[in-house]
Design a protein. Structure first.
Length: 237
C-alpha cells in the first residue's frame, strides 16, 4: 500500500483543476495543473462557441456549464457500468441517457477488455496530471476497419470533436507504456449508431501538447490552486 495519496483539487475562484500528492503527514510532495487546465488556458478559444454563448444572453454561460456537468454525469455512469454495477436512468437528463446508451452500444459492438477506468495519471517531466477515462484492449474488425491493441480512450460528450481533444488524450498517452494506442469515443455523435470511435497517431498530437505546455509554463510559472476557506457554519452572533 502506498504511503501517499494523489487527489484532485478543483479551485473555487477560476475553475481550474489541479492534482497533488500528499504524504501521511499531510505534506504536499507535488502539485500540477491538469491536462485540460493547461490546454484550455492557452488553446485558441472557439469563436463560434464564444459567439453562441454571447447570443444566448444571460443564460448562455449557464447552458455551457450545464453541458459540462452532464458530461461529468455521463463519465460517472460509464465508470459505474464498467465496475459491474447498474445505473438507474431515473433522474438522468436526456443527453446523459443518450451518451450512456451510446457507450453500451459501442461496448456491445467492439467488445473491449476493460483494463482501467477513471485512473489518475501524472507526467512529472512536464509537471501535469489528469484522470484517464479508459484503458482497454481491442480486437475488432469490420470490413477494412481494424482496431487491435491496447488503447487510451477518452470519452467526449460535446456535439463535435476538436483538435484539442486529441492533444489532451496524447497527454494521457504520455503517462502509459510504449506501444499503446489512442482514440476518442464520441458519445454524442449524430451518426446512426449514436457514437463514433476515432483512433489517431498520438505522436504529432503529443508534440502539440508539449508546445502548449511550454506556453502555459511561461505564462503561469507558479500556478497553484486558489482555494477559498469558510468556517464550519455561519452565524450572525
Amino acid at each position: 500500500m502506498s504511503d501517499t495519496i494523489i487527489r484532485r483539487v478543483d479551485t473555487s475562484t477560476d475553475g481550474r483543476r489541479f492534482y497533488e500528492e500528499i504524504d501521511q503527514e499531510g505534506k504536499r510532495l507535488w502539485c500540477y495543473p491538469s491536462f485540460t487546465t493547461k490546454i484550455d488556458a492557452v488553446y485558441p478559444k472557439d469563436a463560434f462557441l464564444i459567439n453562441w454563448i454571447r447570443e444566448q444572453g444571460l443564460g448562455g454561460q449557464a447552458i455551457f456549464e450545464k453541458a459540462g456537468e452532464e458530461g461529468t454525469e455521463a463519465h460517472i455512469a460509464i465508470d459505474t457500468l464498467i465496475r459491474g454495477e447498474k445505473v438507474l436512468t431515473e433522474g438522468l437528463s436526456l443527453k446523459v441517457k443518450r451518451c450512456v446508451q451510446a457507450f453500451v452500444d459501442w461496448t456491445i459492438e467492439f467488445k473491449p477488455e476493460f483494463l482501467e477506468s477513471e485512473v489518475m495519471v501524472v507526467n512529472h517531466e512536464l509537471k501535469v496530471a489528469g484522470t484517464r477515462d479508459l484503458l482497454c484492449k481491442l480486437n475488432y474488425q469490420k470490413g477494412k476497419t481494424k482496431y487491435e491493441g491496447t488503447y487510451v480512450v477518452d470519452y467526449k460528450t460535446s456535439l463535435t470533436l476538436q483538435d484539442k481533444h486529441e492533444i489532451q488524450v496524447a497527454g494521457y498517452w504520455s503517462c502509459t507504456a510504449p506501444g499503446y494506442k489512442t482514440a476518442l469515443l464520441h458519445l454524442n455523435s449524430k451518426n446512426q449508431s449514436g457514437y463514433a470511435f476515432k483512433s489517431f497517431d498520438p505522436i504529432p498530437a503529443f508534440e502539440k501538447f508539449k508546445l502548449f505546455n511550454k506556453v502555459f509554463e511561461t505564462l503561469y510559472p507558479a500556478a497553484e490552486p486558489k482555494i477559498e476557506d469558510y468556517p464550519v457554519y455561519f452565524t450572525l452572533n
